[in-house]
Design a protein around this ligand. Structure first.
Ligand SMILES: Cc1cc2nc3c(=O)[nH]c(=O)nc-3n(C[C@H](O)[C@H](O)[C@H](O)COP(=O)(O)O)c2cc1C
Length: 185
C-alpha cells in the first residue's frame, strides 16, 4: 500500500542555498532558498519571491552568490531564512555571517560558508518567481579540499526536509555514480 499526499513541493534532497547580494548602498544581504538546482552546465535556477530584499538586490546589481548551508552554520542559515532585510537592515551582521567581495562578480562571498557559486543574473520572471543565473566561478575554502578537490564529507552540507521542516546532514557515499550500474548493464 502507498499513501497519496496530493500536489505538494516534496522532494528529497532539497538544498539549503544561501543566496547573497549587495544592495545599492553596498550593504550585503542573504536569504535561504530550498527551491533551486542546476539546469545547465553553467546555469542555476531558483524560485525566489520578488518581495525578498535579496531579489531586489540581485535585480539592482545583476549578480549574486549561492553558498551551501552547512552543519556548523545551521543557526545563521535558518536566521537568514526567517528574517527579511526589508525589516532588519543589519540582518547579515546579526546572522553572524561576514563577507568578502567576490573576485568575479559584484556580490558578497560569505566567509563562513566554505563553498560558493559566483553568478551573474541571466533572467528573472516576477510572475513565476523564476530566477536564472550563470555560474561564473565556483570557489571553495582549502579546508574542505582533499587532493585539491571539493570533499563533500568535509563540506558537511545540509539539506532541507520539506515535510518535517528539519535540516538534515548529508550522509556518506552510497556508491559510485556512473559505475554501480555497470554491474547489471
Ligand atoms: C528552509 C527555508 C527555505 C526557504 N526557501 C525559499 C525559497 O526557495 N524561495 C523563496 O523565495 N524563499 C524561501 N525561503 C524564505 C526566505 O529565505 C525568507 O523569506 C527570507 O527572510 C528572505 O530574506 P530577504 O527579504 O532578506 O531577502 C526559505 C526559508 C527557509 C527557512
Amino acid at each position: 500500500m502507498r499513501k497519496n499526499f496530493g500536489a505538494r513541493p516534496y522532494l528529497y534532497p532539497q538544498p539549503v542555498l544561501i543566496v547573497a547580494a549587495y544592495g545599492e548602498d553596498g550593504i550585503p544581504n542573504a536569504m535561504n532558498a530550498a527551491w533551486g538546482g542546476i539546469i545547465e552546465s553553467d546555469k542555476i535556477a531558483m524560485c525566489l519571491g520578488h518581495r525578498h530584499k535579496t531579489v531586489k538586490n540581485i535585480l539592482e546589481k545583476g549578480a549574486f552568490t549561492v553558498s551551501m548551508g552547512t552543519v556548523s552554520t545551521v543557526v545563521s542559515c535558518d536566521y537568514v531564512g526567517i528574517v527579511s532585510g526589508n525589516d532588519e537592515p543589519n540582518k547579515l551582521e546579526k546572522s553572524g555571517f561576514t563577507v568578502t567581495k567576490s573576485e568575479f562578480v559584484d556580490a558578497p562571498v560569505i566567509n563562513e560558508l566554505p563553498m560558493c557559486l559566483e553568478c551573474k543574473l541571466v533572467s528573472y520572471n516576477e510572475e513565476n518567481s523564476q530566477l536564472i543565473g550563470e555560474i561564473i566561478n565556483v570557489n571553495a575554502d582549502e579546508g574542505i579540499l582533499t587532493d585539491g578537490v571539493i570533499d563533500s564529507q568535509k563540506l558537511q552540507a545540509i539539506s532541507y526536509d520539506p515535510v518535517n521542516h528539519y535540516y538534515l546532514k548529508i550522509g556518506e557515499a552510497a556508491g559510485h555514480a556512473f559505475e554501480e550500474g555497470q554491474k547489471i548493464k
